[in-house]
Design a protein around this ligand. Structure first.
Ligand SMILES: *Cc1c(COP(=O)(O)O)cnc(C)c1O
Length: 346
């Protein structure tokens, strides 16, 4: 049987040519391609400045350091999110302060956030889960700097525009890719200069602890081609989401909310009987579905009381959706999911 993988990058000849051009130039490390790439991505996020780095986690880490986060500080992060957020907060020397999420939107719950902000809170980190814009204004209202994490929402018309800083990731299966890579964007030149200052250790006169977080020109050349295709990727993802909705609306599965600006990085359904049965039923039909968050952060930290997150984790199933699936692949995903849902709950 032909298996449908859960995710896959969309790559073509233009990407191959761009990387080959940098290879044959003999200049592989960070250089002019990375500089152009960071300007172009910042513009795509509606921001004035950008600093390219080696990963989304590095972008989060340096964004926190640029905002002055350090020991004794608390950074608010959702309990239902990629563990990269937790790692970045800990690398900055700060303590994570977990906030529960809305189990239907999978995004930070503004009321839960209001309950968790305290005197030691320094920054709020807001990811746009699975491509659906979160309520950034609700976070900004607390008067703390907000970092928008656009790793899953790059290409949306509305995310990345509001927070003090916006970060993103270009990992292989994100909205667009450089293999590994990330970026910090913002309108405040000093903050972005600070990220540039911290991403490399070389050629400095004044010593401070730095790391090597640079993006290479090889990666950036790939990223520039991908960025040129991003709007097309988003349109394809939205067409697929509409097709999935049409094909699944009369099943007992709960479908993702139709939020303006959603880019459908993931198409996450809620399985009434819990994720496990649906995952197995889809696997039997050749469809590689996943839990979109592998383990909630409060379970890593042994903290009780995150009922929205537990609810999300129990029910959420991500079914394959990416530009390459348009056509036959998408029809297979819809029919397998329909069959599985009707068998389980019909
Ligand atoms: C993937 C991801 C990251 C981390 O990015 P890497 O490039 O893998 O380090 C951070 N935040 C979110 C929301 C992500 O999905």
């Amino acid at each position: 049987m032909n298996r449908t993988p859960h995710s896959r990058p969309t790559l073509g000849d233009a990407e191959v040519r761009a990387v080959a051009r940098v290879l044959s130039s003999g200049m592989l490390a960070q250089g002019p391609e990375a500089e152009r790439f960071e300007q172009e991505v910042a513009a795509a996020l509606g921001r004035r400045h950008g600093a390219a780095v080696s990963s989304g986690t590095a972008a989060l880490h340096l964004a926190l350091l640029a905002l002055g986060v350090g020991p004794g500080d608390r950074v608010l992060i959702p309990s239902y999110a990629c563990s990269a957020l937790l790692h970045a907060v800990e690398f900055a020397g700060a303590k994570p302060r977990l906030v529960d999420v809305d189990p239907r939107t999978f995004n930070l719950d503004p009321d839960a956030l209001a309950r968790r902000v305290d005197r030691r809170s320094k920054v709020v980190l807001v990811p746009h889960m699975f491509g659906a814009p979160a309520d950034v204004d609700a976070a900004v209202r607390h008067g703390l700097p907000v970092i928008e994490d656009c790793a899953l929402s790059l290409g949306s018309e509305v995310t990345g525009r509001t927070g003090r800083l916006a970060v993103t990731s270009f990992y292989a299966t994100k909205m667009m890719t450089t293999g590994e890579g990330g970026l910090v964007a913002g309108d405040n030149r000093r903050l972005i200069e600070e990220v540039r200052e911290l991403r490399s250790y070389d050629g400095r006169h004044r010593h401070r602890t730095r790391f090597n977080y640079k993006m290479t020109d090889l990666e950036a050349s790939l990223g520039r081609v991908q960025l040129g295709r991003l709007d097309g990727f988003v349109r394809a993802r939205r067409r697929l989401a509409a097709l999935y909705r049409e094909g699944l609306q009369d099943t007992p599965l709960e479908l993702p909310g139709e939020v303006p600006g959603h880019v459908y990085f993931r198409f996450v359904v809620r399985a009434p009987g819990g994720a496990g049965h649906l995952l197995r039923a889809l696997a039997e039909r050749g469809v590689d579905a996943r839990r979109p968050v592998q383990k909630p952060l409060h379970r890593f930290l042994g903290e009780p009381g995150f009922t929205g997150t537990d609810d999300a984790f129990r029910h959420a199933v991500s079914i394959p959706l990416y530009p390459d699936l348009e056509g036959e692949g998408a029809r297979r995903v819809v029919s397998a999911t329909r069959e599985a849902a009707l068998e389980l709950y019909g």
